[in-house]
Design a protein around this ligand. Structure first.
Ligand code: XBP
Ligand code: MG
Length: 254
């Protein structure tokens, strides 16, 4: 069987959204709600180990008992404000896609591969990012967008990938996942998917030993990516469909 579909993570993979968009949106919501704390860059990086914005805020409060302890309803309401701020930022065109993402999405379409998304982030965030970077019709380029609370257990649990595979009607062996974090890798591998990592400033140094390849990004003609881990470590590449097919075939050798 040939490679049939690519399943993309969103935050960190399609765009570098965490530091300058999600974090800032959380801080705007905290300020608006009169809360006496903000998340600086290292603090936010630390709490990224907890996936899901509501879950992340709960984990932060659990570690800081001196701060006002919020109910689940309060957290849900702060998170709604945060989502509103994030969507506003995306609609204003704040963030570009990472290098090579648009090129690879177009190439997948030209090669007849299905595209899907498996993310922890809220569906409205995905929609606004896709529309602001790729145009109003962009969400329709994806056969399936699996996002947020659609599954009970967020990454690193495999649920979101299992859900997306079910929607695609494909088995894990027919697909390849593209992720940026150890939580995402664990989730994709847990669902049986071979996975390529494009690391970010926040995720570099995490355990990617289960990945097919680890790259700094997907690469463009003018600035190829570097393979940081995996069989061809040290090589420069522009990740295209033949490259992904070759790597995916390796995952089927065992
Ligand atoms: C990343 C996440 C999300 C975002 C924030 O998801 O864990 O929680 O940080 O979005 P992924 P929300 O890498 O799977 O795309 O506040 O909407 O949860
Ligand atoms: Mg991610």
């Amino acid at each position: 069987m040939p490679l049939r579909a690519l399943i993309f993570d969103v935050d960190g993979t399609l765009a570098d959204t965490e530091r300058d968009a999600h974090r800032v949106a959380f801080n705007r919501a905290f300020a608006e709600m009169g809360l006496p704390f903000r998340w600086d860059v290292p603090t936010y990086g630390h709490y990224l180990k907890v996936t899901g914005g509501k879950e992340r805020l709960r984990a932060f409060l659990n570690d800081h008992p001196q701060l006002p302890q919020l109910s689940d309803a309060d957290i849900a309401s702060i998170h709604r404000q945060k989502t509103r701020h994030y969507v506003e930022m995306m609609n204003a065109g704040l963030l570009p896609l990472r290098p090579g993402v648009e090129r690879l999405l177009n190439a997948a379409r030209d090669h007849g591969l299905l595209l899907a998304i498996a993310t922890t982030t809220t569906p409205a965030n995905v929609e606004s990012l896709l529309k602001s970077t790729l145009g109003a019709e962009a969400p329709q380029r994806f056969h399936t967008i699996g996002a947020g609370d659609v599954v009970p257990h967020k990454k690193p649990a495999p649920d979101i990938y299992t859900h997306v595979l079910g929607q695609l009607g494909l088995s894990a062996a027919d697909c390849l996942a593209i992720e940026d974090s150890a939580n995402g890798l664990q989730s994709a591998c847990g669902a049986g998917l071979a996975t390529v990592i494009t690391q970010t400033e926040y995720t570099q140094g995490q355990d990617f030993s289960a990945a097919l390849r680890v790259l700094d990004h997907l690469g463009e003609k003018a600035s190829p990516a570097q393979v940081l881990q995996g069989r061809s470590a040290g090589e420069r590449v522009i990740v295209d469909i033949p490259t992904l097919r070759e790597w995916w075939a390796e995952s089927r050798e065992h």
